[in-house]
Design a protein around this ligand. Structure first.
Ligand code: HGY
Ligand code: MN
Ligand code: MN
Ligand code: MN
Length: 405
């Protein structure tokens, strides 16, 4: 099946007819449909389909036991109202690149696999890259068992509900030790390639990033009868904190986002008792990130105190800076540099990826495909057809350079 055919099959899965955005949350029906699609693509190509102990999906050409495998792939889940490209572009391009290599008639010298990592976005349980974190031992089984969605369903319950055995989850070091290189292709989530006028880029690094939960606790009261001076309104402290986050991030050249909020009792005519806001913050280096988050927390405490509001801040997840392996990165630049028409810049990103998680264990690299508006995690996310084709060719070249004669 062509790139187009695969894209057309995936496109309707989990798409909202109202916004055109996607809700493909882990272990839901839309996720199951994406997983069925992956399996069908693997089997239609005669690849060996395999589910690992963390329910990540693999499609193998050659024997994994031979070791030193070259692996490519990405994820198929989405953020709430996400775009079509973040994740699926990497998976579809992987199958298309394999088709291209077969059409070239190359001889494979190393086992090759395509992977779909589960729950990359963390949209449901609040932690990104659950599948790769479990495999790499960066999320313990005990921690994973405590992950709970907004409806109180735990990760093991959700997995079980989707027909997977949560009893097997855990580190997969033997599997990872059989991988010699992992290359993830991804739509760029910024405009660097658009500005430089290039179709494809190589990743240098991923910014350190994390998620913090801010619980502001005040007192529920009547919206009509409670004088302003008598209120302990957590929404006020929260609102001031959102503005502080913007200021602190701007000062440090970083980013800080409160993109998710939950309010109790969530009544239009009641002063809230609890405002829970989630901060996502990222910076080019650790000390800038520390400065931003410490500054936001300090401001939040001052605002809360002034309003008679309690505040708890919990760090829910953290991913340190990732510097992709220089040797593999140079190898990609060398392979792609053979094409005189293709200039391939090297760029950093503030977005997290399974490649970042694996990079501590496996030599890992990433390719980015131009995104003309830079918009991502939105239905407006886009990459032009020509650029997607250039991405497939670049990935095929890289895989050929690494795994073929
Ligand atoms: O960067 C993120 O928010 C996620 O890991 N894709
Ligand atoms: Mn994403
Ligand atoms: Mn992604
Ligand atoms: Mn009343």
């Amino acid at each position: 099946m062509t790139f187009h055919g695969m894209w057309a099959e995936l496109l309707p899965i989990g798409r909202s007819s109202a916004s055109g955005g996607y809700r493909r949350f882990a272990w839901t029906g839309a996720d199951a449909d994406c997983r069925d699609w992956f399996r069908a693509q693997a089997e239609s190509r005669g690849l060996t389909y395999e589910l690992d102990r963390n329910a990540n999906q693999w499609a193998w050409l050659g024997d994994p036991a031979d070791g030193d495998a070259v692996v490519t792939g990405s994820h198929l889940d989405s953020v709430p109202d996400g775009g079509a490209f973040d994740g699926p572009l990497g998976v579809v391009s992987s199958f298309a690149a394999l088709d291209e290599l077969r059409a070239r008639g190359v001889e494979f010298t190393r086992p090759l696999a395509i992977v779909n990592f589960g729950d990359e976005e963390g949209a449901r349980f609040g932690l990104a890259c659950v599948g790769s974190r479990l495999a790499a031992g960066q999320l313990t089984v005990e921690q994973a068992h405590k992950l709970t969605d907004a409806d109180g369903i735990t990760l093991p319950q959700a997995m079980e509900g989707a027909g997977y055995d949560p009893g097997t989850i855990g580190p997969d070091s033997e599997r990872l030790s059989r991988i010699g290189a992992f290359v993830e292709l991804h739509v760029e989530q910024g405009r660097a390639l658009d500005l430089s006028g290039d179709r494809v880029g190589i990743a240098s690094a991923i910014w350190p990033h994390g998620r913090w939960r801010f619980d502001f606790r005040g007192e529920a009261n009547h919206a009509g009868t409670t004088r302003l001076v008598d209120r302990r309104d957590p929404m006020l402290s929260y609102a001031e904190t959102v503005l502080a986050a913007r200021r602190e991030a701007q000062l440090a050249g970083a980013v800080a986002t409160f993109g998710k909020i939950s309010v109790e009792p969530n009544g239009v005519n009641a002063v809230p008792s609890l405002v829970r806001g989630w901060l996502d913050s990222r910076a080019a280096d650790q000390s800038s990130l520390d400065t931003v988050v410490t500054g936001i927390e300090k401001a939040a405490r001052e605002y809360a105190e002034a309003q008679g509001v309690g505040l708890d801040v919990v760090r829910e997840s953290f991913t340190p800076v990732v510097e992709f392996e220089h040797a593999l990165r140079d190898e990609l630049a060398r392979i792609l540099g053979k094409d005189a028409d293709l200039k391939v810049p090297v760029l950093g990103t503030g977005a997290g990826h399974d490649a970042g998680i694996l990079s501590g264990t496996v030599p890992t690299a990433m390719l980015f495909v131009r995104n003309p508006t830079g918009v991502s995690h939105s239905p407006a996310e886009y990459a032009a057809e020509d650029d997607c084709v250039a991405g497939v060719t670049a990935l095929a070249d890289v895989l050929e350079g690494l795994a073929c004669r």
